[in-house]
Ligand binder design. Sequence first.
Ligand SMILES: *Cc1c(COP(=O)(O)O)cnc(C)c1O
Length: 441
Amino acid sequence: MNSSSLQDKEIRCSINSSALKNLSERDKKHLWHPLTQHKLNPEMLPIVKAKGAVLYDEDGNQYIDGIASWYTAMYGHCNPVISDAITKQMKELDFVMFSGFTHRPAIELSEQLIAILPDNQEKIFFNDNGSTAIEAGIKMALQYYYNQGDKRDTLIAFEDGFHGDTFGAMSASGLSSYNGPFEDFLLKVERIPVPKDDTIDEVIQQLESILKNNSCAAFVFEPLVQGAAGMKFHSANGLDRLIEKCRQYDVLTIADEIMTSFGKTGKDFACDYLENKPDIICLSKALTAGMFPLSITSCSLEVYNAFLSDEVSKGFFHAHTFSAHPIGCAAALAGIALLNSPEILERRNYIEKAHQDFAAEIKNHNSVQEVRCMGVILAVDLKVQTDRYGALRDKLYKYFMEQGVNLRPLGNTVYTLPPYVITDEQLEKVYNSIKSILEII
Ligand SMILES: *Cc1c(COP(=O)(O)O)cnc(C)c1O
């Protein structure tokens, strides 16, 4: 090989590697993204940095994260309090299996969670994501009865609920537009509509007839707000009475607070609005402030006690390798310390008030069918028809991104659930981008 062809080769290599510097091109080579039809939507936007409420792409463009990256990063991206806590934990105890061993971060987190969860919650079981928290909750409920010689086979869930993508969670989810290939393999579920203030009695009757005619183990629900359904709200009083009815029939209740927890509805947990407390509660997402995948399934002593026995097999034989990961626990502890700190409370109150003002401002607009808010959640239903993943939704998403705002419409619903640390100006920008689409649809 002469020297000039060697040089050629070097030049070709360097061209290749600079072409490969483009992350979105490299992404296409080996990656398979969730919730994506790659043939129709091949482009992914590379994000290289995040700080507070802002995401930065490869070219230096900025996007306000109007939905806190699926409602996780509530204290802001790269929050130094949380990243310091994680770093410190990593250097002390990175990981140890949680069967046969225990550790301070998990113990402290259980204490802190029990202190803020509804009074009837006594035990914390660790998982590693939202779906597996639900999965564990469903299995707990089924085995709770099984251990007492009572085999039950039916779950109750709301229409349009979303609980995750593993089989149990997928079964409970009514929002199953894409469950087709799996439908024959799902658990048995009876569905009821969510209670509205004027339909409570009807829904109670429907529930009662399901409870009478089936062998029900648990009622699984998102309390007060159905996130993936489009931030749909229902009646707290109605939900309270549904829980009461389940209790009358000795059926366990499982609250999926994966989205609603840690202040989003205005209280620490959506269940704090209820008189009747669920037997089992699932938490994830903001639990670790978006910094680490972790989830928990908490339960009452009554549920836990049904697994105590001299027979080994009555224990809960369910585990994930990364259960109670110390780094996730450290992130969660730092997050809980922030949740009701004066700085974060001030922001939570500010956002809540600003949402209400904005809702009042746009509610009579021609393009607005309904606008609703609760805590830091603001949702606007547009007067248009669109599929959940339809063309208009894609168009709106693109339009928001072009304006430097990350909002992901769900069907005809545009919503924001911003990180608590969003600044007044950034929030104003989110509102302005929503206002501007009202003019173009
Ligand atoms: C996100 C979510 C889940 C699923 O959690 P994953 O971590 O994505 O598995 C379940 N329920 C609700 C209400 C959620 O918002």
